[in-house]
Design a protein around this ligand. Structure first.
Ligand SMILES: Cc1cc2nc3c(=O)[nH]c(=O)nc-3n(C[C@H](O)[C@H](O)[C@H](O)COP(=O)(O)O)c2cc1C
Length: 177
């Protein structure tokens, strides 16, 4: 397991293959705490989280998009990251931070995880991914859905991104020219 924040970043990857076992409740509680410790603009905390461990619901959510969500059917947990849209004009940023912390936090606990983009996405039949998820989970109409973070015990290993792969050409000091 990574020891420091830099170790964590050096070894972080998106993991989409999971072992079949469930997560123990203590681990899930740590993920709940991680989500709720996310910083948000003006401390408004517009996010709402639905922790889904029911395999049937996970299979249903795995059909939320035409591409890129099917792996959720094999996850032990899907954290659906939503927001009460009217509470903040920057709910997208707030939900993105929470999704990132869940991804990094899962890795820090020795778990694999991957973000599934929901906002602005459609299912295979053309319906909005958000609308499908509202239906499946009984979310109020005022909720927006940013992402689902799929989590499980990793069944694949990936090398972290090497220093050579870092795109330093996309970075300048002091000014762009
Ligand atoms: C905003 C965002 C949306 C993403 N959406 C998806 C998705 O819908 N499905 C998926 O399988 N991976 C998704 N990913 C994971 C990316 O594909 C992955 O981070 C990228 O390919 C780099 O790989 P790495 O995370 O292993 O370094 C998403 C990542 C981000 C940050």
């Amino acid at each position: 397991m990574p020891q420091s924040f830099l170790d964590l970043l050096h070894s972080r990857r998106s993991i989409r293959k999971y072992r079949p076992e469930r997560l123990d409740p203590e681990t899930v509680d740590l993920l709940r705490e991680i989500a709720l410790r996310s910083p948000s603009s003006r401390g408004i905390n517009p996010w709402r989280f639905v922790f889904v461990q029911n395999p049937e619901t996970l299979r249903e959510l795995a059909r939320s998009k035409g591409h890129g969500s099917a792996f959720l059917a094999g996850a032990a947990l899907g954290v659906v990251v939503c927001a009460e849209e009217g509470e903040s004009d920057v709910w997208v940023e707030d939900c993105s931070i929470a999704s990132t912390l869940l991804h990094l936090g899962a890795h820090s606990l020795g778990l694999g995880s991957c973000w599934i983009q929901i906002r602005n996405r459609r299912a295979a039949d053309g319906t909005s991914s958000e609308a499908r998820i509202r239906d499946v989970l009984g979310l109020p109409d005022t909720f927006r859905v940013e992402s689902i973070v799929g989590v499980g015990r990793p069944a694949e290993t990936k090398e972290g991104v090497s220093e050579e792969e870092l795109q330093f050409d996309k970075m300048r000091d002091e000014s762009w020219s």
